[in-house]
Ligand binder design. Structure first.
Ligand SMILES: NC(=O)c1ccc[n+]([C@@H]2O[C@H](COP(=O)([O-])OP(=O)(O)OC[C@H]3O[C@@H](n4cnc5c(N)ncnc54)[C@H](OP(=O)(O)O)[C@@H]3O)[C@@H](O)[C@H]2O)c1
Length: 344
């Protein structure tokens, strides 16, 4: 039996690491070997706190460690591309936080680096690895609610910390990159297409960074995805799809809360021949609820990346997919800035 382990290194001491660390430890064929930080003192404390064997006081040292197979890149958004490419050029696979980058050109350079080094680069958008996303996608393809007409989603929380990368224009801040990237990704994967036209509205802080963003995406099929994201609103997340013959509601669409059960509530049935008003339109509809228990999409993403690294499993999220997400986000930002819809 092949006992090979995927040995992980953490690139930074970011808060999000706390979600991944237990999952790497829990994975059957993975080992958490090292962490790197800009600060020697910080990394020593961090490694002791999290019981990580190797601690590096510079990112470069992690790259030079020949025992590291895969790097988890949890740097600020604007640093994802540069450091992912450096990791790739040191022969490391990279599991890079979302958004994969902040421009399509960066993704093109990351793709070239993956190709020339024969390594895998994948975006860590956790919900895309969760069974609920695959099941909902399949149900929609099977036509369980007919043709999708509209997808409506919200994702918000109240960010109270002043000094946060999400509020900093220099490092790729903004709520659309942070939360909206999930909503754009969910829309594109469930509708299995990229939008052809988008429009957006934003409320920005005094540094020009969006804290609230509302967007619409029009798809070739005629479907519309409308979304709201904010880091200055109470915590809220859900998604609802309305099709020609049914509706579907997801109370945990982004799988952002390990341990919570996700519910997918479906109303479906035939529309009565003599339906004239909304009053008699639900008579023949049935309701069913699918429950996804003990969710931990972070475990799903780590397990999947380990299989890609060790067994050559095709990545769940291709670089082309992540690139298309970025193209859409940038078009939404452009629309919000310029005040008119953007065709893609
Ligand atoms: N998938 C998810 O659920 C999820 C959730 C939250 C965040 N994220 C993503 O994860 C990434 C990190 O987010 P986070 O909230 O965990 O960030 P964070 O706590 O602010 O950590 C970012 C880390 O990057 C390093 N860094 C290097 N240059 C920096 C700079 N100029 N400014 C600030 N930090 C710098 C720092 O580590 P050192 O000081 O150790 O070098 C810092 O701890 C982002 O891409 C975000 O979109 C994903």
């Amino acid at each position: 039996m092949d006992n090979k382990q995927a040995r992980w290194g953490l690139l930074s001491t970011a808060r999000i690491n706390e979600r991944l660390i237990p999952c790497i430890r829990n994975a059957r064929r993975a080992e958490l070997l090292a962490v790197a930080s800009r600060s020697e003192e910080k990394v020593k404390r961090y490694a002791a706190e999290w019981d990580i064997p190797r601690a590096y006081g510079s990112y470069e040292q992690l790259l030079e460690d020949p025992d590291i197979d895969v790097v988890y890149n949890s740097l600020p958004n604007s640093m994802h591309a540069e450091w992912t490419i450096l990791c790739a050029d040191h022969g490391k696979h990279v599991f890079c936080e979302k958004p994969l980058a902040i421009s399509p050109d960066e993704v093109d350079r990351m793709s070239e680096a993956a190709e020339r080094n024969g390594i895998i680069i994948q975006e860590a958008a956790m919900m895309r690895f969760h069974p609920q996303t695959f099941d909902v996608k399949r149900l929609l393809s099977d036509g369980v609610i007919g043709d999708v007409r509209v997808l409506r989603s919200v994702f918000s929380f109240y960010l109270t910390k002043d000094q946060d990368i999400r509020l900093d224009p220099e490092v790729g801040g903004g709520v659309l990159w942070d939360l909206g990237s999930y909503q754009v990704s969910l829309s594109r994967t469930l509708l299995q297409a990229d939008p052809v036209e988008v429009s957006g509205w934003q409320y920005v802080n005094d540094r020009g960074v969006d804290r609230t963003f509302a967007g619409q995406m029009r798809f070739q099929s005629g479907a519309i995805s409308q979304f709201y994201c904010s880091n200055e609103s109470a915590p809220a997340w859900d998604a609802e799809l309305i099709g020609s013959t049914g509706t579907m509601h997801l109370d945990l669409p982004y799988q952002n809360h390990p341990g919570l059960d996700g519910h997918v509530r479906i109303h479906r049935g035939s529309i009565a021949e003599d339906t004239v008003t909304f009053g008699d339109s639900t008579d023949q509809m049935v309701e069913e609820t699918l429950v996804f228990r003990n969710n931990n999409a972070y475990q799903d993403e780590v397990d999947s990346m380990v299989c890609s690294v060790l067994d050559g499993l095709k990545p769940v999220l291709s670089l082309a997919d992540s690139r298309a997400n970025i193209v859409t986000i940038r078009a939404l930002l452009q629309s919000a800035r310029e005040g008119y819809p953007i065709r893609i």
